[in-house]
Each structure stands twice: as C-alpha cells, then as structure tokens.
Write a new protein. Structure first.
Length: 432
C-alpha cells in the first residue's frame, strides 16, 4: 500500500516535472516566434532544391539572433554558427523541402501552393513530411541557446539542408565544401516528426534507425514483332515478368530469415499496342535493407537473377542495370544514444522517452554520419494523443508522413521538439 502510494507520488512528481519543463519560461518565450515561422512555412512550402524563400526566412531569423549565417551551401542550404568559448562543435540539422502533395487536412493554414516541378509540370506543394515543424523547432532552439550562453560552451552549428526528399541535398552540401568551409562537427543531432508516437514523446533507436535505400532501373532487350508470330520475336515482356517473380525469391529464399530485405517493383513499362511485341521492357524498383552485408547480398542477387532470366529468355543482349539513387541507413551511435537518454528523460519525463524499433523509410542524413560525425537521429511524436489512442483501439493508423492528411499536433509537438533539442545540445555542449 505504502509502496503503491509512493510510486503514485513519484509518477505525479515526474509528470509535473515534465509539464513544467515543456512549459518552462524559456520555451514559452521562444515559442511564439517558432510558431509564427511554422505557420508561414506551412503556407509557403517549396519543392526540393527550390527552397529559396524558406532558406532566406530561416537565415534572416538566425542572423537576427546573432548567428553567423552562410547561405547557398550546396544550392539552397544554410549553415549558421554561434561560437561560445572553448568546447566541442555540435551540429543540429533540419531539412528545408516540401513535397508535391495536395494538402487535404482542411486546416485553416493549409497550403494552397502550386508550383512547377523539375519536369515543368504544375504540381501542388505541401509540407507533408513535417520539415516545417523541424525548422520551427530549430528556430525555437536557436533562440534559447543564443539567450542562455551561460548554460553551455563550445560551437553550435545549425544546418538547413535542402532536397532531403530527393536524397541529394546532404551530398550537395558536402560536395560544396562543407568540411573545408566550416568546422567539422564532433557530434550531430537531428529529429523527425511522425504520427506513430504521441506528441509529447520522443523515440530513440540506438544503432540502426532506418534503412539503406537503393533505386534500380532495369531494361530488358528483346526483339520486337507481330503479336501473332511470337516465334519470330524475343518477347521482353515475358522475360520481365519472369524476372519480377524470380526477384521475390531473393528475400524469401536467399536472405536469412529475420533479416530485412524489401524488393519492390514500383513500375513496369513496355509496349504500345496489344498485338505488337515490343523491343524492350523497363521496370524500376526500390530495395530496402537494414544491414550492409544484406544490402550487398541482395544487390548482387538482383544482378544475377536479372542477367540469368534474360539469358534464359534468349534476350538479344545483356540487360541494362542502372543503380541511379542510393542512401545508407542512418546509424545512431549506441553510446551517444544512451548518453542522451538521461537529459531527454530529465527534460520530458521518463515516460515520454521510449526506445523504438528501426523504421523502413530512408534519409540522406547518413551522408553526414559517413563523414565521421557520430550522431543521434531521434523520432519526435507528432500525433494528437487522443486520436492516436482512438486509432489504436480501432486497429487503424493515423495518416503517415507524405499523406495529404498529415497534420501533426503542432503545439505539443513543437514545444517538445524545442525542449528535447535544447536538452540534448546543452548536454553535448558541456552545460547543465
Ligand atoms: Zn519525407
Ligand atoms: Zn522527412
């Protein structure tokens, strides 16, 4: 009885503590500016590599806070630095880009923006991945860090990265001399908002956070002719069809059970008319894996199967295999993840910091990790807690990132994002 009472008191004390910290004076003071930026960015989203206004808005505000800001790094990227005595250099990264999605949230501040994509098509644009919330959190965090220089020492580097959705922005910033032009960060931090955790919580995955992603385009060469005389042709559609089915045996028969390997053929293009056998067939696929050795195994097996099926079908020449896009999985330094759990728990309450499983989407933040910057990439809860609860009870899920209905519960999510970032940065920058 006594123990139960004590436990209850302890729980109450922890949640009261969490309440006071997420509603701390410094977060309250920085919040209106962050929220204003959120509303502005949400209503004015820009596509990958075209984040001109977005970057300018963020740069202007950070400059106003005393950060030294360099713009146009790797296209529209920005690097903002504030030095505060001796100590490590710690990087916090946000993405700048939005997606070609038509917003259907019905929110009063929903995006109505249309713009031209790189192919010249008119497309609707929406911050359907929540990068607007990441930028707003960064501004709130930047405000608090600039106003509380007695609470940390070292160099804080804020990174606004373009073109995350096309997994090209991080590489572009690095190619533009990121390591030569700026101090190399000793540690990196990033977060991503999503609808699987309730707003108010954060999730840590020590080790693997998400997947390696590889995009492949395959062209099978046959010999065209009349559909009524297949004997005079080599049908690339039949070869492609057999190949696609055979590819599915890689994950079911070759990869060790329990290891993640996703092979998805997302499109197939061939032919023009029902009674014509075309010359060639093309299909495109995405391959997702967690581990480097599984990735290597799967990519080698795909090449073997594609070439083997083409040979078996009598293809006129070897198929073309184009590996046109790839990114490594984000790997959270396990020791760093464990170290940062304590300040997160202290700031948010122990019950609001959960350990999560790796997720299957991908991210180009891994390019910074590949430079030798140990990092923590964590998840920020974005779901309205009541709606998430309801969804769990009815066995459904809330709209995911990239959905036209994606709408994070802004107030608690943004406050939690700022609180979490400040707690992590102060810990890394030797403060209290
Ligand atoms: Zn996204
Ligand atoms: Zn995203």
């Amino acid at each position: 009885m006594k123990t139960a009472k004590l436990l209850l008191l302890a729980t109450l004390a922890t949640s009261a503590f969490a309440q006071t910290t997420t509603h701390s004076k410094e977060v309250d003071a920085a919040y209106p500016g962050a929220h204003d930026l959120y509303l502005d960015l949400h209503q004015n989203p820009e596509l990958s590599s075209h984040e001109t206004q977005t970057a300018a808005k963020l740069a202007e505000r950070l400059r106003g806070l005393g950060y030294e800001v360099t713009e146009h790094v790797g296209g529209t990227g920005i690097v903002a630095i504030i030095k505060n005595g001796s100590g490590p250099t710690v990087m916090l990264r946000t993405e700048l880009d939005a997606l070609p999605v038509e917003e259907k949230t019905g929110l009063p501040y929903a995006s109505k923006v249309h713009s031209k994509d790189d192919a010249g098509r008119d497309v609707p644009v929406m911050h359907a991945c929540g990068h607007d919330l990441h930028m707003a959190a960064m501004l709130g965090t930047a405000t608090i860090m600039a106003r509380s220089k007695d609470s940390w020492h070292g160099t804080l580097m804020l990174l606004g990265q373009p073109a995350e959705e096309t997994i090209s922005g991080a590489k572009a910033m690095i190619a533009d001399g990121f390591l030569k032009r700026f101090p190399k960060p000793d540690v990196g931090v990033a977060l991503h908002v999503g609808n699987t955790l309730p707003a108010g919580e954060v999730g840590i995955a020590p080790g693997i956070y998400n997947t390696n992603a590889d995009s492949l385009r395959i062209t099978i060469y046959g010999k065209g002719g009349h559909g009524a005389s297949p004997n005079t042709t080599i049908d690339p559609i039949v070869i492609a069809a057999k190949t696609i089915v055979a590819l599915q045996t890689i994950n079911s028969r070759e990869v060790k059970p329990g290891e993640l390997a996703v092979i998805t053929v997302g499109y197939i293009r061939a032919g023009t008319k029902n009674n014509i056998i075309p010359d060639q067939a093309e299909f495109g696929m995405t391959v997702r894996t967690f581990k480097a050795d599984v990735r290597k195994q799967v990519l080698a097996a795909i090449e073997r199967v594609v070439k083997g099926e083409a040979m078996a079908g009598g293809a006129t020449r070897e198929p073309l295999i184009e590996h046109y896009e790839s990114t490594d999985s984000v790997y959270n330094d396990p020791a760093l993840a464990e170290r940062l759990r304590a300040p997160l728990e202290a700031a948010l309450g122990k019950e609001n910091v959960v350990t999560q499983e790796p997720i299957t989407p991908s991210e180009d933040y891994s390019a910074f990790i590949a430079l030798g910057i140990p990092s923590l990439y964590f998840s920020l809860g974005g779901a309205d807690p009541a709606k998430l609860d309801e969804a769990h009870k009815s066995g459904t899920s809330l709209p995911s990132n990239h959905s036209p209905f994606f709408a994070p519960d802004v107030d608690p999510a943004l406050r939690t994002g700022i609180t979490a970032e400040v707690a992590v940065l102060r810990n890394l920058l030797g403060g209290k």
